[in-house]
Design a protein. Structure first.
Length: 426
């Protein structure tokens, strides 16, 4: 959760600084940020698969296998990162034209992404280390790494966006450069900590043996559905904002303000969902599959309680939260109905996401892919009808979140209750 807080400090800081540059820069950075995460999400899906396998080996006390798994994860994410960076560089104008209708927002988004693409291999290395430390259930170090990343990002955002401390004034491009530098700082810290503090002989870390094709095949068998599932999930989020961008630039700016606040509210949820995935895998590795549902219910209850505490911000100081991202007072009134919508949907989020990540943690990643694919189709069809057929308000378009999390939660719960996952091998 501390890592999540620091990570969201990065996101909120980016949004708050760019909000001072106007609706175009704010909306462009928001959409460009989502496009960027769509690009890295397949690599992140691979590291999530690796995390599940590492967690299973940790539960089995087969520590010697973990280092080889981690080394192969590093091989894979470097290749994936370089391929993604190279391919997208050539196709970026076409991607922007396809997804963004506003010329002004498209130009600003391109400026942001031209710099941000450089950091894709670094971001995937970060995800690899996160997978390792979560898999072995030693997560405190991730808090320090993310705090370092947040500190570097905040300083460079202020310096590069506005041109302070003798550095050039780069505007929206400065935010992208700051993010890349922050990710580099995080990776350097994690590498240094692992070399100095982790028992490398216990896990046989950094041996960098010859590539084991059989191991890679097994890793991709588990990870491929997660990679596709992650792409579908974030692709649906991007599609949602494309729908809103077609409504208008102002509606897009308001939605990105709300999205930034949403991400703050769900900090505990993302931490607990990652814990659910890993702990389920560890528990199965220990031969205690019968305790999984009890574990998941406890994590879900904790998620609801933590989310309720975070929601106090929305209830008591909603206007102040909106004003963190804009000086336009008229936006406060327009954003308030959407704020109330996410205040309700976050509870659906808090339960559904835990159960869904528990399904992933069982190793039955094909099942989680099927659940997500069907759910996204229902969600996007609903959002399209509300926005483009019924021409409802922005708040009603955001209400499609209730559709998404209701189906996701029910499908995941029934699979854990009745599905064939207890003897899944990873």
């Amino acid at each position: 959760m501390v890592s999540g807080i620091a990570q969201n400090v990065v996101n909120v800081t980016d949004s708050a600084f760019l909000g001072q540059l106007g609706e175009i820069a704010f909306g462009a950075a928001g959409n460009a940020g989502i496009i960027y995460f769509v690009l890295v999400i397949t690599g992140m899906g691979f590291t999530t698969g690796a995390q599940i396998i590492i967690g299973r080996r940790n539960g089995e006390s087969n520590f010697a296998a973990i280092g080889k798994l981690f080394d192969h994860t590093i091989y894979s994410v470097i290749v994936l990162g370089l391929l993604t960076c190279g391919l997208v560089y050539f196709f970026l104008p076409s991607i922007i034209n396809l997804l963004i209708s506003s010329v002004n927002i498209g130009e600003a988004a391109s400026q942001y992404l031209n710099w941000r693409l450089i950091g894709i291999p670094i971001a995937l290395l970060n995800f690899a280390f996160i997978a390792f430390f979560i898999g072995i259930k030693k997560t405190r170090i991730l808090s320090y790494a993310t705090l370092i990343m947040a500190g570097v990002n905040i300083f460079l955002d202020y310096a590069l966006i506005f041109g302070h401390f003798g550095l050039p004034e780069m505007g929206i491009e400065g935010a992208a450069v700051a993010s890349v530098c922050a990710e580099i700082a995080s990776v350097l810290f994690l590498v240094g900590y692992t070399v100095k503090k982790v028992d490398r002989e216990k896990y046989l870390l950094f041996k960098f043996v010859k590539i084991d094709v059989h191991m890679l095949r097994r890793m991709f068998k588990i990870s491929a559905p997660i990679m596709l599932q992650s792409l579908i999930t974030l692709g649906s989020w991007l599609s949602f904002f494309v729908i809103i961008e077609h409504i208008g630039e102002r509606e897009l700016a308001i939605s990105h303000i709300v999205r930034s606040i949403y991400m703050v509210l769900i900090i505990p949820l993302f931490a607990l969902s990652s814990a659910a995935s890993t702990l389920v895998s560890n528990l199965i590795g220990e031969g205690k599959s019968e305790l999984v549902l009890k574990l998941v219910f406890r994590i879900m209850t904790l998620s609801m309680l933590c989310t309720s505490v975070m929601l106090l911000l929305n209830i008591f100081v909603p206007e102040q939260m909106i004003l963190l991202f804009t000086n336009d007072l008229s936006m406060v009134d327009e954003a308030m109905p959407v704020m109330w919508v996410i205040s309700g949907s976050v509870f659906f989020f808090a339960s559904a996401f835990i159960y869904f990540h528990a399904v992933t943690g069982t190793g039955k990643t094909g099942a989680s892919l099927l659940i997500e694919t069907v759910n996204v189709l229902i969600y996007l069809i609903g959002a399209h009808i509300i926005a483009n057929v019924l021409h409802e308000s922005l708040a009603m378009v955001w209400a499609s979140e209730f559709i998404y999390f209701t189906f996701l939660g029910l499908a995941s719960f029934f699979y854990l209750k009745y599905g064939n996952w207890k003897n899944a091998k990873v």
